[in-house]
Design a protein around this ligand. Structure first.
Ligand SMILES: [Zn+2]
Length: 288
């Protein structure tokens, strides 16, 4: 998918502190550098799933972001606003391998609205602000989870059946010239009480109702720090700490929190990057 830069050129482009090539001393016998095979959707909001040496360190654009599983599998994600190229480097004590991926620009719904009267939508009540800060801290712990599991290898299915997609990932409104925070989810219009099923196996790492923005929120870690989120839930059926299999019932949809109507807002994050979960639906399973 992407043109291959030579490994030397890629390594030369990385900051010295991130290139783990200490074993590449001339004259010393050394084991083979790790292999690297990848499949993915190389677009803003997209993903890559790769196979390399067990426990190889995975570096994306000069940042160590994950470690391959005991079987050598790993996940990487490309943010909604990812730059047009991304370098994935895998390293072991025996050397490293790299791949430079060209990241296509995402096709996002951008809506410009001008001439609006200034509005006040940011909360100012101190008690509410304090509550939002506390909720954000608890959510951040969930999003930081990195369970040593490989739920992502089954591939992903939709979490609700037969729903109309009412908003795509990545949409953004520009109000009076000011870009607002993009929509980081896929909205699936559903009646309240529609069953939400795990789209892939994983570990429930957050399950709370009554959040200011999200209402009922569940976060599922599918391994490698690949986290899916389910917002505005009316009912949560499995507590945090539960392992779920693909298709297992975890919650019911609702319109709790800041929602204009009943729907499931489905999100995906990897190491702080916002991904489009629909780009993984139908991909996989990932096998040797
Ligand atoms: Zn949404």
């Amino acid at each position: 998918m992407a043109g291959g830069l030579s490994r030397r050129a890629v390594l030369a482009a990385l900051p010295l502190s991130t290139s783990l090539i200490g074993s590449a001393v001339p004259g010393l016998a050394r084991a083979a550098a790790p292999g690297l095979s990848l499949s993915g959707k190389y677009v803003q909001g997209g993903w890559a799933i790769g196979r390399t040496a067990p426990r190889a360190v995975v570096d994306v654009d000069g940042q160590v972001l994950t470690t391959a599983s005991a079987d050598g599998w790993f996940v990487a994600g490309f943010d909604r606003d990812a730059p047009p190229a991304s370098t994935l480097t895998v390293s072991t004590a025996d050397g490293s391998a790299a791949h430079e991926a060209t990241i296509a620009t995402g096709d996002f719904d951008i809506q410009r609205i001008d001439g609006l009267p200034p509005e006040q939508v940011t909360p100012t009540d101190p008690a509410l602000l304090e509550r939002i800060v506390a909720e954000n801290a608890r959510k951040a712990l969930g999003f930081a989870s990195q369970a040593d599991i490989e739920g992502f290898r089954d591939g992903f299915v939709l979490p609700v059946a037969g729903a109309r997609r009412s908003a795509r990932f990545g949409g953004q409104r520009i109000l009076n010239g000011e870009p607002k925070r993009p929509h980081y989810g896929v909205d699936l219009a559903t009646p309240v009480g529609t069953p939400v099923r795990a789209p892939a196996a994983g570990l429930i790492v957050f399950a709370e109702t009554g959040l200011h923005y999200e209402g009922g929120l569940v976060l599922v870690d599918h391994g490698q720090g690949l986290i899916t989120a389910y917002l505005h839930l009316s009912k949560i059926l499995v507590p945090a700490g539960t392992y779920v299999r693909q298709g297992q019932l975890v919650a019911e949809t609702g319109k709790e929190g800041r929602a204009t109507g009943p729907h499931l807002c489905w999100r995906m994050k990897w190491r702080g990057r916002n991904l489009d979960p629909s780009l993984l639906v139908g991909a996989g399973p990932f096998r040797a």
